[in-house]
Design a protein around this ligand. Structure first.
Ligand SMILES: [Fe+2]
Length: 409
C-alpha cells in the first residue's frame, strides 16, 4: 500500500512512486523505482512537487522523521534532454515496427488469397505465390527484430495462413544466417510458404480434433506432404527444391518422421531448415493460446526434446540467431517490473525492453537497454497467459491492439 509523504522526507532505500507527476515533467525513465543515489533525490526535489508516494513493502528504510530543507545534491543537468532524445528515438523505432507490421498483415492477406487460388486449381496463382515469397525473403529480412516480435504474437489470429507465412519468413532469416545463395533462398521462401498445403486435403474434423488421433487418422495426416506435392505438380513454375521442402519437411534424423522410407542424410538443406522452423512456430503459436510457449520455452523444448530428430548444425545456427531472450519474450525483471524484449543489443543477457508502467501511456513507453538505461536484469521469463489483459495490451508489439486506428487507415 502506497503512503503519501512530503517530498523533503525521501531518502536512499525508499521505493518511490511519482504517481501524480506527469511522466514528461520528470527526468526519470520510470515512474516508480528504488532510490539508490543522492542525485536521484535532488532530481525528485527538482520536479517541484510537494509530496511523493512510497511503498513501505519495497523500501529498506523509513522516510526521514521531519522535512529536511537542505538540498542534498545538485539536480543532474541534461537528464530531461537525454530522456527527450530517447523518446524521439523510440518514436522512430515504433514507426519502423508499424511499417513492418503493415507489411506483415498485407502479406498474410495476400498469402490467404494465393492459397485459396492454388487450392481452386488456378495455375496463375503458382506464379503469384512464387513472386510473393521472393518478396517476403527481402522485406522481412530487412528488420529482423521487428519481424520476430510480430511472429511471436501470431497465435490469436484465425483463418489466415499465419503459420505458413511465419515459417516462410523465419526460414529465410535462418537461410540468410546459413549463407545460402539467392536461388536457394527463393526456393526456400516458396517451399516454406507451401510446406503444409497438403493439409487442405485432410478433413477439418480430423485436423482440428481435440482428443487423440486414431491410427487411420494419423496415417491420413502423414499423407499431407504427398498431398502437397500433388497439388503443386501441375504448376510449371514449381521447381524440384520446392517439392523437396514440401515432401521432406517431416523427415527426422532418428527415423521417427515421415515419409519413413527416406533416410535423413538423403534430405537436402532446405527441408531441414523448414522442419526446425515448422516445429518452432507450432510451439510458440499453438492454436490453443494457453498451450503456446514463449520463444524462450520453445527454444528450450526444441533443444531438449527435438535435438536428436533435427540437423544439429542448422539447429545451432537457429538458437544463436534467436538469442537467449528472443525478441517478443515477456519477462519479469529483478525489480519486479514486467517488460517485453524488443531487440538484442551487444549483451544478449541485457536486451532492449519496453517496461510495463501504468503511469506512462503505451505510446510514450520507451525502449530501454537493461544494465545501461536502468539498473535491472531479467529474473524470469513469463508466458502471455501470466499477464492480465491490460499488461498484455500494453506490451504486445502488435499495433492492432495499441494503435488500431493507424492499422485500419
Ligand atoms: Fe507439415
Amino acid at each position: 500500500m502506497l503512503k503519501k509523504i512530503s517530498v523533503k522526507r525521501v531518502q536512499i532505500g525508499m521505493y518511490v512512486h511519482l504517481k501524480d507527476v506527469s511522466w514528461f515533467e520528470h527526468s526519470f525513465l520510470r515512474s516508480k523505482f528504488l532510490l539508490k543515489e543522492k542525485i536521484e533525490i535532488a532530481n525528485i526535489l527538482g520536479i517541484g512537487c510537494d509530496y511523493v508516494y512510497y511503498d513501505p513493502a519495497k523500501s529498506s528504510t523509513e522516510p526521514l522523521a521531519i522535512d529536511t530543507l537542505i538540498s542534498r545534491s545538485a539536480p543532474k543537468k541534461g537528464a530531461k534532454e537525454i530522456k527527450k532524445k530517447k523518446a524521439s528515438a523510440l518514436k522512430k523505432r515504433k514507426e519502423e515496427f508499424i511499417e513492418t507490421e503493415k507489411k506483415f498483415y498485407a502479406s498474410a492477406l495476400k498469402a490467404d488469397e494465393i492459397m485459396q487460388g492454388i487450392l481452386s486449381g488456378r495455375t496463375c496463382y503458382g506464379e503469384k505465390a512464387q513472386q510473393m515469397s521472393h518478396e517476403l525473403a527481402v522485406i522481412f529480412s530487412a528488420d529482423v527484430q521487428a519481424t520476430l516480435n510480430l511472429i511471436n504474437f501470431s497465435a490469436e489470429e484465425e483463418g489466415l495462413y499465419y503459420h505458413s507465412l511465419n515459417v516462410s519468413i523465419l526460414s529465410c532469416m535462418l537461410g540468410k544466417e546459413l549463407g545460402i545463395g539467392e536461388s536457394d533462398m527463393k526456393s526456400l521462401a516458396f517451399g516454406a510458404l507451401m510446406h503444409d498445403l497438403g493439409k487442405s486435403k485432410i478433413p477439418k474434423k480430423i485436423l482440428f480434433k481435440q482428443g487423440a488421433f486414431t491410427k487411420s487418422e494419423v496415417k491420413m495426416i502423414q499423407m499431407h506432404p504427398l498431398f502437397g506435392v500433388g497439388l503443386l505438380s501441375g504448376m510449371k513454375t514449381v521447381d524440384r527444391d520446392v517439392m523437396k521442402i514440401i515432401y521432406h519437411h517431416h523427415v527426422r534424423r532418428d527415423g521417427t518422421g515421415y515419409p519413413s522410407q527416406i533416410a535423413f542424410d538423403k534430405v537436402s538443406l532446405l527441408p531441414k531448415i523448414v522442419s526446425i522452423i515448422d516445429i518452432y512456430d507450432n510451439l510458440i503459436n499453438n492454436r490453443r493460446v494457453e498451450k503456446s510457449l514463449t520463444p524462450h520455452q520453445a527454444l528450450a523444448t526444441i533443444y531438449g526434446k527435438w535435438a536428436a530428430k533435427l540437423d544439429e548444425n542448422i539447429l545451432g545456427h537457429f538458437i544463436r540467431m534467436l538469442g537467449i531472450y528472443p525478441p517478443g519474450s515477456i519477462c519479469r525483471l529483478d525489480s519486479g517490473e514486467i517488460a517485453l524484449v524488443v531487440s538484442i543489443g551487444e549483451n544478449p543477457l541485457l536486451p532492449d525492453v519496453i517496461l510495463y508502467d501504468s503511469d506512462v501511456p503505451k505510446n510514450d513507453a520507451m525502449i530501454l537497454t537493461l544494465g545501461v538505461d536502468i539498473d535491472s536484469k531479467i529474473d524470469k521469463i513469463l508466458s502471455p497467459k501470466d499477464l492480465n489483459p491490460s499488461e498484455l495490451a500494453y506490451l504486445s508489439p502488435k499495433s492492432k491492439i495499441g494503435y488500431s486506428a493507424e492499422v485500419k487507415s
